[in-house]
Structure formats: C-alpha cells, structure tokens
Design a protein around this ligand. Sequence first.
Ligand code: CO
Length: 383
Amino acid sequence: MRLEHVGIAVDDPEAATRFFERLLGVCRYKQETVGEQGVRTHFLPAGASKLELLEALGPDSPIGRFLSKRGAGLHHLAFEVADVDAVHARIRERGLTPIGEAPHPGADGKRVFFLHPKETFGVLVEFCQSVPTPLEATHVPYRGGHLAAYEQGARAQPAVVVLHGAAGCTALETEPLVRRLAPHVRVLALDFSGHGASGDVEGPFSADLFVDNVRAVLDHFEIGRAHLFGFSMGGYVALEFARCHPERIGRLAVHGTCIDWSEAQVAATTAPLAPAGVPPHVAQSLETAHVNWTRLFERTAAFVHTLPAQTDAMRERMEALSAPVLVSAVDRDDVFPLDAALDLHRRLPDARLALLPGTRHALPALDLDAYVPLLLNHFLGRE
Ligand code: CO
C-alpha cells in the first residue's frame, strides 16, 4: 500500500495550480472532469505521490459543499491497493462503514471508495485501485501507412521516448512504465512498424527501419531533442538512434538489451517465435495487440538472424557513443546472460549500471517501484 495522492479542495484552481507548480518545481500533467461527482481534478506530481487539486463544478457537488462549509484545504488522503473490492469487504468486517455499497469509478482510471472522517480521526480516507483504460493512439503518417504513437504528460516537460522490445508493443510491454513516467516528463511511446497498432512496411525489419520510425515520430510531434528509453531490442534501437542522430538525444536508458549475438543466442531467442508453439491464451492476447502477429513473429525471427553478422560493428559503435546511458538488467534474466548487460556497460564510454533482482526478461515483470526513480534521476540529471 502506498500514499497515491493527497486531495486538496481549491476555490481558485488556476491560482492553486500555479502556486504548487512554483512551490514544488513541477508541472500540472493532467486535468480530468468526473461529471458524476461534479468535480474537475488537476494533477501535479509530488515525489512518488501526487497532488489532486479538486475544483467544484457546482455549489451542490460534494466539493462545492465542502468548500462552503470548510473553505479550501486538505480534502482527503488516497491509498493505492491491489484489490479495492477486497479492502472494501475487509474494512466492513472490521465494523467500519465505507461510504457506498461498493467501490465506484473515480478520476485517473481508478476504482475508489471513501471512509467517512468521523471514523478516521477527521481525515477523509480514499482507497483506490488502478484500472487503466487503454492509451489513446495518435496515427503518425509513415511511408503510405501509419505508426501508432502514444503521448502522455505535460508538453512543457522534457520529452522521453519509450521503445518496446522485439515482437512486442506499447500495450503489451511499456504501457505501465509510460503511466508511471507521465506525471514527471512528456512521454512518447510508439509501436514500431509491423508491431502493435502500427502498419507494416515493405522490406525486411532492420535497426535502420526502427531508428527511422523514432525519427518520424519525433518529427511529427515537433520534438527536437528527447531522452530515450528502450527495452531489449528497443534499447538497441535507442543506441543506434543516438549514433545516427546525436544532436536529437539527451540521455539514454536501455533495459535488458544485448548487442552480443552468437548463433546459439539466435537459436534460443527465435525458438519461441515459431507461431505453432505459442499457447492459445498467449495467441489470443497477441491477436488483440498486433495487426498481424504471425507475420510479425516471422519478420522478427528473420531480423534476429541478421544480428550475429553485426555484432563486431555494434561493439565498435558502442565504444564511440558519447551519450550518458543507464544500462539495466535483472540479475537472472531468462533470455540474455547477465554478461550481456555487463559487457554493454563496459563498452559504453559514459554508462551507469543498475542490476535489479529478477528472473524474467519480460518488461512487465520488472519492479517499477525500484526502477522508475533510477530512470527519472538519470533522465533529469540528478545523480
Ligand atoms: Co482522490
């Protein structure tokens, strides 16, 4: 359980937003209206938590009544839990009376319920569970088709591009990371050509193609310079992008990336890409996430087969890369050996290394509570 946000009732939302922005050195990153509650919310990051400034949409709304009775000020504390229904039931068993028969939809893609201040020493307490709605895609025109890009966070903040892994996509891999970064930076995630909601193109998959995908998305959003995060193959693309377009990048972070490809590594990596061996329940989620997942798997396997021939060149290029890079991996990665991360860290002239406990390569298995602060410190230059 963690303190997810602090709710503050405000009578002048713009003045309050400006004040807290200056006081904390942050940016409002989201506004949302919850019509049923008669409230408009303004979100600001506050360390690992948030401030939720609450604006009444009418005098008879809950916040309107709060303001007329007590004036602007602290309204509630919100704690995030994994299962809000279970907490609701447990709290009733303890003899407390949650407001409402069951959790209900709140702001920020959450299901919530409240405990009345008369039972909680005068502080309204909210329990919430994230039930995020899918990110909305922007279609970026690309070579007669399109790329799907996902923009989150305040445009005034530094831009961070988030790149998924081979045969992955934003919805399957990077979306939770995107949501965690959005309060702090302007996030742009994209689906590479032939992945996720993006259209495919003629010709084989290559690092050059994916680098060009990133360039097209940055151009579309008129972003001159960005930090880059890449998972696995996305990390390789981030490193290659930095080599091709050094003037367009700030800092890099790569997680679970291998640039050292043997034939044995190719065989191990491509084996799970045989569509016939994919279990039905996995196939079902791939069917939803990608336009054509069997074609994607075939094209990805063909791409992986080209990597051993490029290993020597990749090593040399890494040794010439001047950008600061955060190299990270889990200590018992089931796809790449730990040496892949150690070797990459050693070769890059300006690299930091972060090893996190874990046994699975897959990004959804990464402990974001541990990783996101490292990533933000790296990108925002706090060392
Ligand atoms: Co709240």
